[in-house]
Design a protein around this ligand. Structure first.
Ligand code: UFG
Length: 328
């Protein structure tokens, strides 16, 4: 059985569903601070036999996570549970260190005690900080510029050091995750929502204006370039990372992105096309801490894991739009 921490959240739930689709048994551990009941209901409804249940608990509580491993046959952990908002991490770093670093420490300790030796970890491009070159490969220096990225980097480091206790890790560094389940069962729901695509789609048809942050960057149209990776392609990478570890692969890190980038204006254009009507936009000053360009060199995930992203940006936006409409 695979333990999925944060399996009621956006990326965690898509991955849990994909794991069960591929025949895995899954158990979810989630505090429900950010996860949704809806996601758990979908997992239980779609795979009643493979969904082995849900434990509500907080990784900050050492006893709570330790007890999950007792008496259960857990082969590996896929670890999503974390706070992930850059701006919030700057306002309240302690929350991030306690949850993302402290929580991961408790999880790894519980795994070591229980003799569970494989973990696939949800890391981020934010561990690289301001890019020194693009596309960013895995040997690019890691100098995070915000507490969120710093906590994820510390968790990565801890994970490599815990190799000493027989734990092998695949640390997956996501670029900009987007999209929703193609069958409309799951999607993104953050509160507050800070991400580009859901924010554009949320404005559509409401008469409100979408705020475009920063139009004076040194890029092809003045707006920031990001590498948008579809959440379903991302889920597939977790499956492949698990297979890699099962086959004896050594601890390693992998960038998950498309090797290409889109500007904010380009994404906005795709959103308007998918929605089929103009969306009012207001050009605003830069958002603090946004690097101009973040694009992944994904060749390592391709060659070592055999991963290859399939969805286009339009696929991701179309599914995100179907999800957004279903919730109105
Ligand atoms: N943007 C807008 N308007 C909005 C929201 C975003 O113009 O309402 C712009 C941002 O300024 C940025 C781009 O859209 O230029 C993308 O912003 P997102 O917030 O969607 O994504 P980020 O690139 O800021 O953040 C992502 C992940 C973080 C991670 C970070 C760095 O969501 O978890 O990449 O890797 F830390």
């Amino acid at each position: 059985m695979i333990l999925v921490t944060g399996g009621a959240g956006y990326i965690g739930s898509h991955c849990a569903l994909r794991l069960m689709e591929s025949g895995e048994d899954v158990m979810v551990f989630d505090s429900m601070e950010l996860g949704t009941r809806h996601a758990l209901d979908v997992l239980a409804r779609e795979f009643p036999d493979r969904f082995k249940g849900f434990v509500q608990g907080d990784l900050k509580d050492r006893g709570s996570i330790a007890s999950v491993f007792r008496g259960r046959d857990i082969e590996a952990v896929v670890h999503f549970a974390a706070y992930s908002q850059v701006a919030e991490s700057m306002r309240d770093p302690r929350r991030y260190y306690e949850n993302n670093v402290g929580g991961t420490m408790n999880l790894l300790g519980a795994m070591a005690d229980a003799g569970v030796g494989m973990i696939v970890f949800s890391s981020t491009a934010a561990t690289y900080g301001e890019p020194e070159y693009t596309p960013i490969d895995e040997v690019h220096p890691q100098h995070p510029i915000n507490p969120y990225g710093a906590t994820k980097l510390m968790a990565e480091r801890m994970m490599s050091d815990y190799g000493r206790y027989g734990i092998r890790s695949a640390r997956l560094r996501y670029f900009n995750v987007a999209g929703a389940d193609p069958e409309g069962r799951l999607g993104e729901c953050h509160d507050p929502e800070t991400h580009l695509i859901p924010n554009v789609l949320k404005t559509a048809g409401t008469g409100r204006e979408f705020s475009m942050f920063g139009t004076d960057y040194d890029t092809r149209d003045g707006t920031c370039v990001r590498d948008y990776i579809d959440v379903n392609d991302l889920a597939e990478a977790h499956l492949l990372a698990l297979r890699y570890l099962r086959e004896g692969g050594a601890s390693d890190c992998f960038n998950l992105g498309t090797n290409g980038g889109s500007t904010v204006r380009e994404v906005f254009g795709v959103c308007q096309k998918v929605v089929g009507e103009p969306i009012p936009v207001r050009e605003c000053p830069r958002r603090e801490g946004d690097p101009a360009v973040l694009v992944a060199d994904n060749r390592k995930a391709k060659s070592v894991l055999g991963w290859s992203p399939r969805s286009t940006l339009e696929d991701s936006v179309s599914r995100a739009w179907a999800w957004e409409r279903s919730r109105r």
